[in-house]
Design a protein around this ligand. Sequence first.
Ligand code: PRP
Ligand code: URA
Length: 206
Amino acid sequence: MLKVLEHPLITHKLTQLRRKETITKDFRHLLDEISGLMAYEISGDLPLKEVAVETPMGVCATHEIVKEIVLIPILRAGLGMVDGIRNLIPTAKVGHIGLYRNEKTLAPVAYYSKVPENLGVAIVMLLDPMIATGGSASAAISCLKEEGASVIKLVCLVGAPEGVKKIESEHADVDIYLAALDEKLNGKGYIVPGLGDVGDRLFGTK
Ligand code: PRP
Ligand code: URA
């Protein structure tokens, strides 16, 4: 399932993020805010269990979230999405998957993986701002499945149709959430109009 989250606040902040004049400090802040807003929208169907709590006035029959949430940013750019979501879900555990694209072949190269135990009983949110060819996200999903994950939500800001198709065909069981579905990839595998290189804009490396 692909869901494009078109909440006006998400769209407005994504517009600011896209602007080429947006400097690293503001880019980081906007990415943080958008990630939190997306997590709020996505968490609308989290399962709840019944609990009874004592308030200062008496007993209240109410609900709380039953499932563990695990956030998995794809390094580097996915790191920029963690804090905004953790502000809303502070009990979330965080794992990391390190992948970069080979500049010539655009194939993902894996260099790191450390994930929490018991992924099989958690709701896993895989975080990466961009789905371009889809190679990185697809490889990360395969890695998470090998580690036992069964419920995976892929949370990205901008996707290209080619990459979304790849993930839908290779991992039909994974829900994909975007803030925008863009037009296409250019010859170098960048999303057009996109945001440019998110890792570089977020960390100021270029
Ligand atoms: C970017 C982005 C994704 C990947 C998307 O990372 O954050 O992980 O490219 O491209 P794909 O869909 O074609 O695989 P990059 O490889 O630039 O690494 P970085 O985050 O370390 O800069
Ligand atoms: N990675 C990015 O950071 N931007 C793109 O447009 C494609 C891959």
